[in-house]
Design a binder for this molecule. Structure first.
Ligand code: 6GU
Length: 240
């Protein structure tokens, strides 16, 4: 899978060198390319933003650098993947469609995603028109109902959620089956040894007896019940 990120703050994406994602890159399962939007601004100050037409607070990202950057990234990707390759261009945006585990699954099957990280109040609307007219596939995706300063942290989150679902990236694929959100419910409580543990305050805390029973049917039923109870308590919206 190829992922391109266009950003003003490439340093924000340094964590993608680490751990699971870094290993996926070294193993050749992920090609990650970070591009500096400012390379596509050609005035003396490499300006990427300006005041909003019509007035209002804050700054708006200029269309020129974005159109040029995304066109260049598409051309570079096609040189690697083939001229018929078509990326999904994702704009992290608090006004986008909520990014969920189902989104991560769907996007993990894509050969190529381009993330376009906006900052300031947003990007000039004509960039989206330019991309639509060029036949590009575009998505606006939000992490949740709160506002970040820019898309970079969202790209870190979305990339990790997507790439860990690419076959071969997570060593034990079975661990992806029972985790929270894999079946629309929250995960059941987990325990490890010792079965009887004395907490620092002296309280003895035991693992639920059913988990020691060796009865796999009873254990599965207990876990299903716990998942449902937990979901009802913490996330009733998932049951609706
Ligand atoms: Cl994707 N971007 C920004 N800037 N803020 C957000 C977000 C994304 N998701 C939640 N808040």
């Amino acid at each position: 899978m190829r992922i391109d990120v266009v950003t003003l703050f490439g340093e924000y994406l340094a964590p993608l060198e680490l751990s699971l994602i870094g290993k996926a890159r070294r193993d050749g399962l992920l090609g990650l390319h970070v591009h500096d939007l400012r390379d596509f601004a050609h005035d003396r100050h490499r300006t990427v933003d300006d005041t909003p037409v019509g007035g209002g607070a804050g700054m708006v990202m200029k269309p020129g650098p974005w159109a040029e950057a995304l066109d260049a990234v598409v051309a570079a990707g096609r040189a690697e993947l083939g001229e018929g390759a078509e990326p999904l261009i994702v704009f992290p945006n608090p006004a986008g469609t909520p990014f969920a585990q189902a989104t991560a699954h769907a996007w993990s099957e894509r050969p190529w995603i381009v993330f376009a990280c906006g900052r300031y109040e947003g990007i000039d609307e004509r960039v989206y028109e330019h991309l639509a007219d060029a036949g590009r596939e575009v998505a606006l995706a939000s992490l949740g109902d709160y506002v970040l300063n820019g898309g970079e942290v969202a790209v870190l989150a979305m990339t990790e959620a997507i790439v860990r679902l690419v076959p071969g990236v997570v060593g034990n694929a079975a661990s992806l089956v029972e985790e929270s959100h894999s079946d629309g419910l929250l995960e059941y409580p987990l325990y490890t040894k010792p079965a009887s543990w004395t907490a620092p305050d002296g309280t003895v805390r035991d693992v639920p007896e059913v988990l020691l029973s060796g009865n796999h049917e009873r254990i599965a039923a207990w876990r299903a019940e716990q998942s449902l109870a937990r979901t009802r308590e913490r996330r009733p919206d998932l049951l609706a």
